[in-house]
Write a protein that binds this ligand. Structure first.
Ligand code: HPA
Length: 245
């Protein structure tokens, strides 16, 4: 049975409810070890694989994730489509905590991450087109699934990718807003561009965990983030189940 899609789970999603686990597979790559073994399973009758981006015990911070190994491992299993679930902060009005958003653009503010496969032993310099960083087919599938499941999602948005692991200052968020960003998170890059380098159809479901710095009433607490993620990730799981509907 061919694998229909892969799910990369983020903070708050180290397991998928309703996933019947078939087996776990340790995959080694030329770029080192992925965040953990790949879980093979079935969701609503569809064969999928799952990988917890931060490790199954949530111990790998965003800037230490081996993104190259993660995407390479999925590609080596002949995966063609990837859904990335990511916890984010909301910047613009529609991006309220607990909501889901399917971003259509991003701006990369990260630095020092191993971000390309195209650097060693090249016969020629290679550039990928990244005008539209997310795969439209997968975005459309996610939006259709949301409609099918009756989930409230924001259908587009610009995702600012920051280095972390600290959250941003209020002034940094004000700058991101001036740049045109709607959401802020720490993991979309280099994940999205590595997926493109490997010709994977990759899109993201952002789960809004908090108002970004300076956008809410108060300081951002981990308790609030966790409380909102509990609600948002339940919707993200429903979205994944509905990809079959
Ligand atoms: N900033 C960056 N990453 C995040 C946030 C945030 O406010 N919330 C969840 N991930």
């Amino acid at each position: 049975m061919t694998i229909e899609f892969a799910v990369i789970g983020g903070t708050g999603l180290t397991q998928i409810e309703g996933l019947e686990v078939i087996h776990r597979e340790v995959v080694h790559t030329p770029y080192g070890e992925p965040s953990g073994p790949i879980t093979h399973g079935m969701i609503e009758g569809r064969r999928i694989v799952f990988l917890a981006r931060h490790g199954y015990t949530h111990n790998i911070p965003p800037h230490k994730i081996n993104y190259r190994a993660n995407l390479w491992a999925l590609k080596s299993l002949h995966v063609e489509k990837v859904v990335a679930i990511a916890a984010v902060g909301g910047i613009t009005e529609a991006m309220a905590p607990t909501r889901l958003a399917i971003p259509d653009q991003l701006i990369d503010y990260t630095y020092g991450r191993s971000h390309t496969y195209f650097e060693e032993g090249l016969t020629h310099v290679t550039h990928i087109d990244f005008s539209r960083p997310y795969c439209e087919d997968m975005r459309t599938a996610l939006l259709a699934a949301a409609e099918c499941a009756g989930l409230d999602v924001v259908p587009r948005g610009v995702y600012a990718v920051t280095q972390g692991p600290r959250l941003e200052t209020a002034a940094e968020i004000a700058r991101l807003e001036r740049d045109g960003c709607d959401l802020v998170g720490m993991t979309a890059m280099p994940e999205a561009s590595l997926a493109r380098e490997l010709d994977l159809c990759y899109a993201s479901c952002a789960v809004i965990a908090n108002w970004a710095a300076g956008k809410g009433d108060d300081e951002i607490t981990m308790e609030d983030i966790q409380k909102n993620l509990l609600v948002g990730m339940a919707s993200a799981r429903a979205l994944l189940r509905a990809l079959a509907c």
